[in-house]
Design a protein around this ligand. Structure first.
Ligand SMILES: [Zn+2]
Length: 238
């Protein structure tokens, strides 16, 4: 019998990987998306999830059912003072993102026993997420980190081997998209995409911005070639 797994889906690479992995195993997936008030990429993340959902439904290799996404606005769920206190107590030891606190609030408010968070490559979370002492137990009680020991290249290889690369490549990654809805090339997830050898996922304008960023002297060099500079500049600001 298939089980239903709650997953925090952001429309990004890692959580999209987790959704595909569970559906491939035959589990049903209940995705949750919490709108981050500080992020400009919300609408692009939501449209990526809708695109990916269509591709998933059309893929006969994915046996599990993808249930409708619960999209919640940050003010729509209760914030609990003991969760706030525990978060502050963890922060006295080590910085963790505020989203962990919200997710803990959300799980308590919605009575969710367990939700998959697709964080990887975070030594502090890796070391402490399964602790059952205060304050960790309060924040991490319902949060599961199934990808914490995975690397991006392992995920990519798995997707290639199983034929899901074209689906996962619809995921959204940029945190500060341009006004026309393209990735920027200079925020940290964009830089990760290039460093992971997936720079082909950036539009030409973002690739140019990326290179301007890491090669500041390129700009003064290019000024000796005004026509070429103008050409690049136009692409960059498109
Ligand atoms: Zn970006």
């Amino acid at each position: 019998m298939s089980k239903i797994v709650d997953v925090l889906w952001t429309g990004g690479w890692d959580s999209t990987f987790r959704v595909i992995q569970l559906l491939f195993q035959g589990d049903d997936v209940k995705p949750h998306y919490i709108c981050d008030p500080g992020r400009a990429s919300t609408s692009l993340e939501i449209s990526a999830m809708h695109r990916i959902s269509e591709l998933i439904k059309a893929d006969s290799g994915l046996k599990g059912n993808l249930l409708p996404i619960s999209i919640v606005d940050f003010p729509d769920f209760e914030k609990y003072s003991d969760i706030e206190d525990a978060y502050i107590d963890i922060m006295k030891e080590h910085y963790i993102g505020e989203q962990y606190k919200w997710i803990a609030d959300y799980c308590r408010y919605e009575n969710i026993d367990s939700i998959d968070i697709s964080v990887q490559n975070n030594p502090f979370i890796r070391k402490n997420h399964s602790r059952d002492d205060y304050p960790f137990s309060v924040i991490f009680r319902s949060l599961k980190f199934p990808l914490i020991t995975f690397s991006k290249s392992e995920m990519k290889k798995w997707c290639i081997d199983h034929g899901f690369l074209s689906i996962i490549e619809e995921s959204w990654f940029c945190h500060s998209p341009t006004r026309s809805g393209k990735s920027c090339g200079v925020c940290s997830p964009c830089i990760v995409v290039v460093e992971e050898g997936m720079g082909y996922r950036l539009p030409a304008s973002a690739k140019i911005r990326y290179h301007f960023r890491i090669l500041p002297r390129l700009k003064s060099f290019l000024k000796n070639y005004p026509k070429f500079y103008t050409y690049l500049y136009k692409l960059k600001s498109r």
